[in-house]
Design a protein around this ligand. Structure first.
Ligand code: 5CA
Ligand code: ZN
Length: 492
């Protein structure tokens, strides 16, 4: 309690727009960029004032959210992946081996050239992603078919000298929470099946965060450097632009050839392995904040909220009695494994409500003398629903409220996302739709038509929706009959 109070004060003082008082309203969410930046600071998630562009500081509260969010990723991967850690620096000779991969990343790499005052014999790259660090080791680890499949992941920082406008959590030069998984398989088909598994795990991850998403196959010119194909997950942000919040890549045998990763098949033959990799970054937290937040602050799903329940005593009449009941309640809920806090600070209840709403706490309990007389507490959910519930058996009732809250924030997010996706049959229509959201456009799949679409619509082609079927229509560029569609949007 005291800790979070001091950091909040520090943050309030720090933010130029929050002048001492904690009762400032956020800008309207329609001004998304302003709202987003202000919320990151006021809710104490990220401090963007670190003096290196694209590198940010996690406030302890933001980091607590991150820990819970990444806890879900670990839970989803751990059953059949092993967590590991590789070095940050990659020797130039290894980094430069895979031609397509270098082409994709060479403009974005930070190089370490000196140790102290001594120039290094071999320059060292700060990993922009870790294929070239991991795969030379895979060559040493993999001997026979018995070593396959191999599935590992690490959660590390990576560095990309991004030239587009940087934004906290969204486009960073130091990505602090890069979860990259790398898998190795005997056949191309097994690797393709792993890409599906990856997308299913990510889908489950975003479901738990109550975030709706789109899944599409990126066009050939936008796939990961060195991949056979890339499947991506995108989230529609409040301003209608999309944020790529996860990708899974089929690497085929491209890297296997470069790094000579082979295995002995059952018949004794030496064969090249097939690989996949898939990644998620703190963009997932940008999506979490942006999709659910409102003008009163964060709205956190129950599973990731550092504080799930806050108890605010209404200190009227017999104050000691009220506090006793609150303390009992706190113990009871903590014993039931709920993350609960009792706010005994001297602020007025209204100021406490404001502060905890800003922090996105899913459930607030108000306990006053009149509630106690009736044997109830007032339960205020972050989605605005307010009910009185009996103190007896409250632990169970709160879990039910949490489930309803989850459904309620998901539905709200889903309705918004659905309202943002519209079918377009022409370039002009697509152009109009992508000003505010995502267009679903008939596209024959020809590269040339794809480029023309991007040029004329002035938006990005996200690629063909996965797991969906469409009726025949005319390609918006060449008019050829096609059952294919592509999503188009302005991307972050
Ligand atoms: N090695 C592969 C799979 S781990 C890889 O690097 N894929 S990636 O380039 O697509 O990155 C994985 C995910 O990281 C992207 O889908 C995106 O969500 C996120 N990401 C990429 N660049 C940045 C950045 N500059 N800041 C924040 N997140 C980023
Ligand atoms: Zn066409």
């Amino acid at each position: 309690m005291t800790d979070s109070k001091t950091t909040l004060k520090a943050a309030s003082k720090a933010s130029s727009k929050v002048q001492g008082s904690t009762q400032n309203k956020l800008p309207p969410k329609e001004n998304f960029s302003e709202w987003y930046h202000e919320l990151l600071m006021t809710a104490e998630i990220i401090d963007n004032r670190y003096p290196v562009k694209g590198m940010c500081v996690w406030f302890p509260f933001g980091f607590a959210i991150r820990k819970n969010v990444y806890g879900i990723i670990r839970e989803l991967l751990d059953p059949d992946h092993q967590e590991t850690q590789f070095p940050l620096m990659i020797p130039e000779n290894e980094f430069m081996k895979e031609a397509q991969h270098i082409k994709g990343f060479e403009d974005e790499v930070y190089w370490v050239t000196c140790g102290g005052t001594t120039p290094l014999d071999v320059k060292l790259a700060l990993r922009p992603t870790s294929e070239t660090a991991i795969y030379p080791m895979f060559k040493l680890w993999i001997r026979s078919h018995a070593d396959l499949p191999l599935r590992i992941y690490q959660i590390v920082n990576t560095f990309r000298y991004e030239t587009k406008h940087t934004r906290p959590l969204i486009r960073l030069r130091e990505i602090t929470s890069f979860k990259e998984a790398h898998t190795v398989h005997a056949t191309w088909e097994e690797a393709a099946a792993q890409v599906e598994v990856a997308i299913q795990r990510y889908s489950e991850f975003y479901r738990r965060l109550a975030i709706p998403f789109l899944v599409s196959r990126r066009p050939s010119w936008d796939k990961f450097p060195g991949a056979d194909y890339t499947t991506a997950i995108d989230v529609i942000m409040p301003d209608g632009r999309t944020l790529q919040v996860g990708t899974a890549h089929h690497l085929g045998s491209t890297f296997a050839r470069t790094y000579e990763i082979t295995y002995e098949a059952e018949n004794g033959e030496q064969k090249l392995v097939n690989q996949t990799c898939y990644g998620i970054s703190e963009r997932c937290i940008a999506a979490l904040i942006s999709v659910h937040g409102d003008e009163r602050g964060l709205v956190l799903p129950w599973v990731v909220a550092p504080t799930q329940v806050v108890i605010v005593p209404i200190l009227l009449g017999d104050k000691e009695k009220v506090l006793d009941v609150c303390r009992d309640l706190q113990q009871k809920l903590a014993a039931a494994q709920l993350r609960v806090q009792l706010d005994t600070s001297d602020e007025r209840p209204g100021a406490k409500f404001y502060r905890w709403e800003m922090k996105g706490v899913p459930i607030r309990l108000e306990v006053g003398p009149r509630d106690i007389e009736k044997g109830v507490v007032t339960v205020a959910r972050r989605d605005g629903v307010k009910v009185a519930l009996p103190i007896d058996g409250l632990e169970k009732a709160l879990i039910e409220e949490a489930e309803e809250l989850q459904a309620s924030i998901y539905n709200k997010a889903r309705l918004f996302a659905e309202s943002k996706v519209k079918e377009a049959s022409s370039i002009a229509e697509a152009k109009e739709i992508t000003k505010f959201g995502v267009a679903l456009v008939p596209w024959c799949g020809e590269v040339d038509c794809g480029h023309q679409l991007e040029d004329q619509v002035e938006a990005n082609l996200l690629g063909e929706p996965q797991y969906q079927c469409f009726t025949e229509a005319a390609c918006a560029v060449c008019g050829a009959k096609t059952a294919k569609r592509t999503y188009m949007a302005r991307q972050y």
